[in-house]
Design a protein around this ligand. Structure first.
Ligand code: AMP
Ligand code: MG
Length: 334
């Protein structure tokens, strides 16, 4: 009898302990990819092999879209260095076509054919980092030699208006990768998740307890001022930012950063940060870069041309500009 009572008490204790064990609402996993720590937050059961699939897809993506190495884009660039046209690998077609469309709709402010300029500025690779601007003559030469992706003819092959283009999708590939990973998770039955690539992200579904909620980084903030504003994101929405704080050097009191204005070949001067919310992460990424280059004067016009209704821009003086629809979504905006 005594033993039965002890067993019963132990069972009750165990049941209580199991009941008390907090079941995580959201699981977090991290993968190093796309030059950043990519975080998956999943509010559904996550089968362990899925994480390896995500990793494998990201590795393949990086190889395919890197301007360096021996993937499809690097090989295409090697051909375009000395000839205006080349066969277009199947795996690159949809991404290059989306980028050409974004180039046109941004009035050429987003132009991934400027890789040679990005290289001259040393922002293509950490090993090439500079501490002072390149000579003006080198910038001018690269600018006049670079054909624009806006004018590309695309099909089974790509035809540009000149030789020497270096395609660099640093401004839109992260968005395309995030879209691909979201699609992969969806194919495996995940309906509630965030794919966050260093602050640029896309969500599906919601957390069990509430909507996904994210903060937008303050371009000059740290500590308690690190977040400029926050917002709830709905199923399928992506939020991407471009900023002059990501890659830059200071020279004689001026900040030289990695977002280049295709009109003059120098880092764009009108903005500190630009944020776009859209259902396509690929478009959000390209549009955030275009918005940064557009600056406050052309922001509304360029966003309308690109089909973006939700955007936020911090100008070079720290002034805030946002579409009315975006203001309604943001909380805590100064
Ligand atoms: P993001 O952080 O998305 O704005 O992308 C910036 C990266 O895109 C740079 O590091 C360059 O590789 C490339 N880039 C810079 N300026 C432009 C531009 N105006 N259009 C397209 N790509 C650019
Ligand atoms: Mg971008």
């Amino acid at each position: 009898m005594k033993q039965a009572l002890i067993a019963l008490a132990l069972c009750a204790l165990l049941a209580w302990a199991v009941w008390r064990e907090p079941v995580p609402l959201v699981q977090h996993r991290e993968v190093f990819a796309l030059g950043t720590l990519l975080q998956l937050s999943v509010a559904d059961p996550l089968p362990p092999p899925l994480l390896s699939k995500v990793q494998a897809e990201l590795r393949a993506f990086e190889k395919r879209w890197s301007p360096q190495g021996d993937g499809e884009l690097a090989r295409l660039n090697a051909l375009l260095a000395s000839q205006p046209g080349a066969p277009l690998p199947e795996a690159l077609r949809a991404g290059i076509s989306a980028a050409r469309d974004a180039c046109l709709s941004s009035d050429g402010l987003f132009d991934p054919a400027m890789g040679a300029l990005v290289q001259i500025w040393g922002f293509d690779d950490e090993r090439n980092f500079r501490s002072e601007p390149p000579p003006a003559s080198a910038i001018e030469q690269a600018l006049s030699a670079s054909p624009s992706l806006c004018a590309a003819e695309l099909g089974d092959s790509i035809k540009l208006t000149g030789i020497g283009a270096r395609l660099d999708f640093g401004a839109s590939a992260k968005g395309r990768a995030v879209d691909e990973i979201i699609a992969l998770l969806h194919r495996h039955g995940i309906r509630n998740a965030i794919v966050n690539a260093g602050g640029d992200l896309r969500a599906i579904g919601r957390r069990p307890d509430r909507a996904w909620r994210i903060g937008i980084r303050h371009p000059r903030g740290d500590g308690p001022r690190a977040v400029l504003a926050s917002l709830d994101i709905a199923d399928g929405e992506a939020v991407f930012s471009s900023g002059d704080y990501e890659r830059y050097f200071l020279h004689e009191g001026r900040r030289y950063h990695h977002i280049i204005d295709p009109r003059d070949g120098y880092p764009a001067t009108g903005s500190q940060s630009a944020t776009v919310l859209h259902h396509s992460a690929e478009l959000a990424d390209a549009a955030a870069t275009a918005l940064f280059v557009a600056g406050p004067d052309r922001a509304a016009d360029i966003m309308q041309r690109m089909g973006v209704g939700l955007w936020l821009l911090v100008d070079a003086e720290g002034g805030i500009h946002a579409s009315a629809a975006m203001r309604e979504r943001l909380e805590g905006l100064p």
